[in-house]
Write a protein that binds this ligand. Structure first.
Ligand code: CUA
Length: 159
């Protein structure tokens, strides 16, 4: 079979580009320690409000015995509940989120609090906020017509 020289050249160029991209992705994943989540925690989104951790009465900010804090939140069209959370600065915070309905995301600008919230799973973020102030929490996954208005507030207070 005859393959034109130019065609052969382009074949090798696209092969080299493909291999280059895969090598770059592999290198950046290994060097920056990026890996898929390992401990997947499932939850029944339809029964979220009925009992357990994500029942309405159990949501909010709690101080743990070791001085760290746990924040439990629900994402639902179109808001994050509770709608205002207050956490102290320079303190380890574990934020646990579950979706009541569809896929949402949550993002507090200028912090590393940023995660997807998939229905059927618990999303967990472990962080320490280093600057006091008021932060909006935005939904960053399109979840319906009210997506643009889906937000709440977080206040990082002085210790
Ligand atoms: Cu929730 Cu967009």
């Amino acid at each position: 079979m005859h393959i034109d020289a130019t065609e052969k050249k382009w074949f090798y160029i696209s092969l080299a580009v493909t291999i280059g991209i895969i090598a770059l992705l592999t290198f950046s994943a290994i060097s920056t320690n990026i890996h898929p989540p390992s401990s997947v925690e499932k939850i029944d989104s339809n029964r979220l409000h009925l009992d357990g951790e994500f029942k309405e009465d159990n949501l909010g900010v709690k101080k743990n015995a070791d001085g760290s804090y746990t924040v439990t939140m629900v994402a639902a069209r179109y808001g994050f509940y509770p709608q205002l959370i207050k956490v102290p600065v320079d303190t380890p915070i574990k934020i646990r989120l579950a979706s009541f309905d569809v896929l949402h995301g949550v993002h507090a600008p200028f912090t590393n609090f940023n995660t997807m919230v998939l229905p059927g799973y618990v999303s967990e973020v472990n962080t320490t906020f280093t600057k006091t102030g008021e932060y909006p929490l935005f939904c960053n996954e399109f979840c319906g017509f009210g997506h643009d208005h889906m937000w709440s507030k977080m206040i990082v207070t002085a210790k």
